[in-house]
Design a protein around this ligand. Sequence first.
Ligand SMILES: Cc1ncc(COP(=O)(O)O)c(C=O)c1O
Length: 390
Amino acid sequence: MAKLPKISKKIYLDYAATTPVDPRVLRVMLPYFNEKFGNTMSLHYFGQEAQQALEKSREAVAGLISAKPNEIIFTGSATESNNLALKGIAFVNQKKGKHIIISSIEHPCLMESARWLEKRGFEITRLPVDKYGYIFPESVKKAIKKETILVSIIHASNEIGTIQEIAEIGKICKSKGVYFHTDAAQSFGKIPINLKRLKVDLLSASSHKMYGPKGAACLYVKKGTKIEPILHGGGQEHGLRSSTVNVPAIVGFAEACKIAKRDMNKESKRISRLRDKLIKGVLERIPGFYLNGAVQKRLPNNANFWFKGVEGESIVIQLDLSGIAVSTGSACSSAKLEPSHILLAIGLKHEQAHSSLRVSLGRWTKESEINYLLKVLPGAIKRLREISGN
Ligand SMILES: Cc1ncc(COP(=O)(O)O)c(C=O)c1O
């Protein structure tokens, strides 16, 4: 294993990949590792203490999205939640139909779950998006047929930040009697989600994208929605997710939700102002670029640029040498050499998709860090263009 270099400056601008745990979250988690460590299924005091913490956590997570506590199923990751949503609905409803609609810009875990079902006889429609990454609700309506059982559309893109019209899409699904799932891993805790108003049957979220720990996530399952579990065993989580419950992580997830509920508006204003400063700064300093994704309906913390004639990976490495951590896209797929399916879906050519860079801001991003990035980035792009003769 290569030795990591010593770096004097460390600026983290890859919050879409994962976030640090908020110290306030960590503080409430700690007793659950070695003092309140019980198994929620145990009848004794230790077990009941853990069980109570679990149920309180369920209330807090539900509270962030105006759901009912018993509609929250804790899982270990949004990957697991997405698998459970797709496969769980598919298996229960296959007698009714085997057609599922997704978008062409889903996270790999949803794309692959759909592909897995496809290999087992389900029909998958992958809806195209426009150049900003929007799915037209009308196209969902047109794609629904008699055999359709589920529509699953990502709420906000992990790569380009585009936020979809899930209110509109939910209404269409409801009127057609089709289940609607949304992957909200990137939007949960960052923009308001009110499930009293939205016609959403299932929603996935992940703690480590919102300043909670890794290893906790949830699937919201609207009351009355039947799904088949994919993990069988002790019957935890209303029989939908057997496994000993990861109480410390879930307690942390819940605390992260409480903080998000309280601070979301203020925080998203501050972060989107810094994001806009970054975009404006790039516009003023670097020729030959454009912004991938939506201009208006975009996650407050996401900027995704295409820079003419430079490899995204080379920019990531150059910035890393200056102590700045950014990425080319999804952490789960950026290690592969294939271009991002999301950038291809919005119409970028292969070489353009290879020339893109995602900068994602977060709770601890400072203005001075954006200033530093704006100082370093133009030189890095210029050097790389000179090397590649562009
Ligand atoms: C939109 C989206 N869905 C799902 C996932 C998977 O989340 P997890 O890391 O909790 O499995 C991610 C993580 O990058 C994501 O951004």
